[in-house]
Design a protein around this ligand. Sequence first.
Ligand SMILES: [Zn+2]
Length: 129
Amino acid sequence: MAYRKPSDTEVVEAIKDALRRHGVISSQRKLTELALKELRRHDPDYSVSEQRVRRLAIQNDLASIDIHGRDTREKTRAGACPVCGGKTVKIRNLTVYGGTVTTGYKCRACGYWTGLKQRVPTLYVFSPK
Ligand SMILES: [Zn+2]
């Protein structure tokens, strides 16, 4: 079967429609299915990945996103946000000695955070803005 790739604008419009019709959407898979249903009104061969839908929703500020995660044993590395690809920054706390200590990392774009052990996102809840 031949899949076709919708443009960013088409995906953004489809996400908007899905959120408008359904309100809070309780998983990334569900949001993708609903957006795809909107897209396929225009072209039944359209296909889009869950990751692309999530990133476009965040980058275009379409929804507030509630990120559930679970802790792993992996050490967190600074760098790209696993949720939206944005840059993460250190979360610093003051110590009693007047210095600062890094307690984790957060993303300013989407609100993802993690401690010093990598917190892996497991569920996303999208609420219309
Ligand atoms: Zn992010």
